[in-house]
Write a protein that binds this ligand. Structure first.
Ligand SMILES: Nc1ncnc2c1ncn2[C@@H]1O[C@H](COP(=O)(O)OP(=O)(O)OP(=O)(O)O)[C@@H](O)[C@H]1O
Length: 358
């Protein structure tokens, strides 16, 4: 099981989303006012902590799950949830595994999930809730309405963030063409890209959780994500030489993902990721891009060719000044491709300047 806990949670959310047979079964148990303890997977570790009960090995169906949940004990399903393997089982997980839960059903669920690595679902009879236990995470399943409400709110935020990102993107492109980019412009774009990425990821999780009820939200998310352009990796690559040492792009992306919500509104944190020391180096310093991001905007230029162009010309300004012959001097660039690059760059230049002045 190589998935991160968050990845495993997302996969489990998809398995129990509205519209799935498993969710139907869980809802029936909830409506029937009984409880349940269900392990979603079986292997030697699961077998070793199962005591009593009986092997049943039948195809999964919501009504069977509901009927079996009326009995005391836990239910074990196979990994993909297509069969119910055992029922009426007493689970005896390692009691030294720390748990925050109080009731025995929930304590058991949390420990079994940690010990086996398989997701465990508990339906609480007294609290009338469905909880997922995935590795160390506890996640309460809600009905679709509150999740949809949060999803729609997040969608409105994404719309605002997206429009701001579009503004800073065209401002940066125009500044790159005119060679007047400041550290502030780059940090602002990095910040806006990260804000859009985070809220999009949040909505994607709601979509997963909503299953069949999330279709509209998914369509709207797709629409608002269309034409987003190159990601933060290319922006970082463009400005990887601002600090004292060449930036390690993977490490910088990790730092970006690790920023907390208060860091997210501090431009200095983004400048620091670029290798700039806020307070020592000026955010107003003029810097030059290598050209990766704008080259990525020219559809027919593959990444490897773009890298070669950047390496040869050493920066966007020299690339913009290159004529067809200069471009053809680069290894692997024939006349056709040289023209595509030349025309592509001219188009990018014209459209960014138009965006700026219209
Ligand atoms: N270790 C276990 N293995 C299998 N089933 C268990 C285990 N612990 C509890 N259960 C099941 O959970 C039921 C409820 O137990 P208990 O009331 O102690 O837990 P609880 O956490 O308070 O549950 P609820 O929130 O549903 O009221 C038991 O009757 C049994 O069916």
């Amino acid at each position: 099981m190589s998935k991160s806990p968050e990845g495993a949670l997302r996969a489990t959310l998809a398995r129990v989303a509205p519209g799935t047979e498993l969710r139907d079964g869980l809802e029936r148990i909830l409506r029937g006012r009984t409880g349940a303890l269900i392990v979603l997977g079986q292997d030697k570790v699961v077998d070793s902590i199962c005591s009593g009960g009986f092997d049943i090995n039948i195809a999964f169906s919501p009504t069977r799950l509901r009927e079996l949940a009326k009995m005391d004990g836990a239910i074990v399903c196979d990994r993909d949830g297509s069969n119910i393997l055992r029922a009426g089982v007493q689970l005896v997980p390692d009691h030294t595994i720390a748990t925050q839960e109080s009731g025995t059903r929930h304590r058991t669920a949390e420990r079994v999930a940690i010990q086996t690595g398989f997701p465990v679902v508990s339906v609480s009879q007294s609290m009338h809730i469905i909880a997922l236990y995935v590795q160390g995470i506890r996640y309460l399943l809600e009905g679709s309405e509150p999740v949809l409400a949060r999803g729609n709110q997040a969608l409105a935020t994404l719309e605002r963030y997206r429009s701001r990102l579009d503004q800073v993107t065209s401002a940066l492109s125009a500044a790159e063409i005119e060679a007047v980019v400041t550290v502030r412009d780059v940090a602002a774009m990095l910040q806006r890209q990260e804000m859009v990425r985070r809220i999009s990821e949040e909505i994607a999780q709601y979509v997963l959780e909503l299953g069949a009820d999330g279709r509209l939200l998914a369509l709207q998310l797709d629409e608002l994500s269309a034409g987003l352009g190159p990601g933060s990796d290319l922006l970082l690559k463009d400005y990887s030489n601002l600090g004292r040492e060449e930036l390690d792009i993977e490490a910088a992306l990790k730092k970006l993902r690790a920023l907390d919500s208060t860091d997210l509104i501090d431009l200095g944190k983004f400048a620091a990721i670029l290798g700039i020391s806020p307070g020592i180096d000026s955010l107003e310093a003029v810097v030059a891009p290598k050209g990766h991001r704008l080259l990525a905007g020219i559809k027919s230029v593959p990444r490897a060719v773009a890298d070669r162009l950047v390496n040869n010309f050493g920066g966007l300004q020299r690339l913009m000044a290159a004529n067809i012959e200069d471009l053809m001097a680069v290894d692997g660039i024939g006349e056709q491709r040289a023209r595509t690059v030349r025309e592509g760059l001219s188009r990018v230049a014209e459209s960014s300047l138009l965006d700026r002045f219209l």
